[in-house]
Ligand binder design. Sequence first.
Ligand code: SF4
Length: 248
Amino acid sequence: MDDINSTFISGIYNWCDRWCERCAFTARCRVFEREKERDLKEPEDFWNALSENFKETLEMLHLIAEEHGIDLEQTVKDSEADTSLEEEDKRVDEHPLNIITSEYLFEGKDWIESSKLEEYCEKLTQQIDLGMRQVSEVNDEVAKIEEALEVIQWYLFFIHVKSKRVLNDLSDDFWEEYPEEEKSYNGSTKIAMISIERSMQAWKILFDAMESEQDSILNLLILLDKSRKLLAALAPNYAQFIRPGFDE
Ligand code: SF4
């Protein structure tokens, strides 16, 4: 228990993404204090730079999906038709949100573990050898891709785990007594949404860089977009949740 005069924020670590190296609240977090001594790199600057292009990511996704004849609104409506957790026989494992986030987890993992990135880096090396591109330009591109991959990998499991937590909390009426800003499923939805949006922005960086992989990346972006919309439908008041420290 933190005493009232402590600079530590009580329970802040319950509503974060556990990415301490990118967290602006390390000095006020008991968990970080215990685990301590990380190499911090201006976390706020990093996230601000990444979040600047989320609107652009969504616009791009809608445009490209349309070009491929995919109706993003319809695919979500089909899933939403079955999102209620009120039916007695509805099980969390069968819920569309659980299925879609699990699909994203496995497909995203397969994508990252495939040879796509290696082949892409070989292509970049050839372009340098052929004098088509400058070393410094390629280095910058590789650094951006590495950063994007770091974000994708960090949230790969987290999105599924947090979404499942939302479903579990919603299937229990315990939280109905609490105000919106304290309901656990709103807090889990909020951090799941942040993780999804950051992942989408990171995939967009790969989408822009790797022209030959745009179809496979588009599929992953669509899974994330569906998850985002399902979460918003399940916990429409999630934005009201106040995460200690982060939202105060
Ligand atoms: S609040 Fe920040 S420092 Fe504490 S556990 Fe979460 S990410 Fe790490």
